[in-house]
Design a protein around this ligand. Structure first.
Ligand SMILES: Nc1ncnc2c1ncn2[C@@H]1O[C@H](COP(=O)(O)OP(=O)(O)OP(=O)(O)O)[C@@H](O)[C@H]1O
Length: 266
């Protein structure tokens, strides 16, 4: 794995309507590396990854600190400066990818439009690329899927589609906000593995937000544990899992039925 620095989050503080919500978050991510952010509901995980993509929800603001992506600060970028970054350099997949898709447009058309916002490709080239991406997330009936509407897919298929779309433009960084938590355990395991393999092939780094330490253990090179807006534990996944320094991490560990995420791959 390359040791080249991709993302440097420094002394990050975020407030909603002047209420401090995220305090003093620091971490780095190298190219191709996978980081999992874990922690209880409301601890600030989503806020951190939304800040990276400049998409804090209403009232949210970075009050101190910096987010540096490939040597360039992402703080205070203008809307037009974000356009070439979102999707192409940094993309995001959500808990329910279906909700991010247009319900009244066929999937093939959505892929074409997505590719064409960043590349000059014919319809046929877009379709071929989409089919190959879909195959890499185990959606092998690609031609048929391109003809369907999002609601015509199962939850697991839609999540796979979300992963394929998130990685469609070979971004350098993929942000996943609980991308598998709405799925049953077996499908979760498969989608996690597919996401990791596809990202690895493209050299894409991942930050995945999850409640589930099993998913984190299974996917991540590094883990960041958040509680009440602060980082309470962080480091290489193996070290954090084998030697948690904070009581809260130990408590999270106790709630994973099979250590090391075994349940997710069996
Ligand atoms: N737009 C907003 N305005 C005000 N407060 C907000 C806003 N969005 C989030 N918050 C608050 O910020 C805190 C952190 O929320 P965040 O969604 O980042 O947590 P999380 O760790 O991702 O939680 P979950 O696991 O439940 O998604 C919470 O207390 C939440 O209520």
């Amino acid at each position: 794995m390359s040791e080249e620095l991709l993302l440097d989050v420094k002394n990050l503080h975020i407030a909603y309507q002047d209420n401090p919500t995220v305090m003093d978050v620091n971490f780095t991510l190298n190219k191709g590396e996978v980081l999992a952010i874990v922690g209880e509901s409301g601890s600030g995980k989503t806020t951190v990854i939304r800040a990276i993509l400049g998409l804090l929800s209403t009232g949210g603001k970075i009050t101190t600190g910096d987010i540096v992506f490939e040597g360039r600060s992402l703080n205070n970028l203008a809307k037009r400066e974000w356009q070439p970054i979102r999707g192409k350099e940094i993309s995001m997949i959500f808990q329910d990818s279906g909700s991010a898709l247009d319900p009244i447009q066929k999937i093939g058309k959505q892929f074409r439009e997505y590719f064409k916002t960043h590349e000059t490709l014919s319809d046929e080239e877009c379709d071929a690329k989409a089919i190959s991406l879909l195959a890499s997330v185990a959606l092998t009936a690609g031609v048929d899927i391109l003809q369907r509407y999002p609601y015509e897919l199962s939850g697991g298929q839609r999540q796979r589609l979300g992963v394929a779309m998130g990685l469609a433009l070979s971004p350098k960084l993929l942000l996943g906000d609980e991308p598998t938590s709405a799925l049953d355990v077996t499908t979760q395991a498969q989608v996690v593995l597919e996401m990791k393999a596809l990202a690895k092939n493209q050299g894409t780094a991942i930050i995945i937000v999850t409640h589930n330490l099993g998913v984190a253990a299974h996917m991540a090179d590094k883990i960041l544990v958040m509680k009440s807006g602060r980082v309470v534990d962080s480091g290489m996944a193996k070290d954090v899992l084998e030697n948690p320094s904070h009581e809260y991490t130990k408590h999270l560990m106790d709630s994973v039925p099979t250590l090391g995420g075994g349940r997710y791959v069996e």
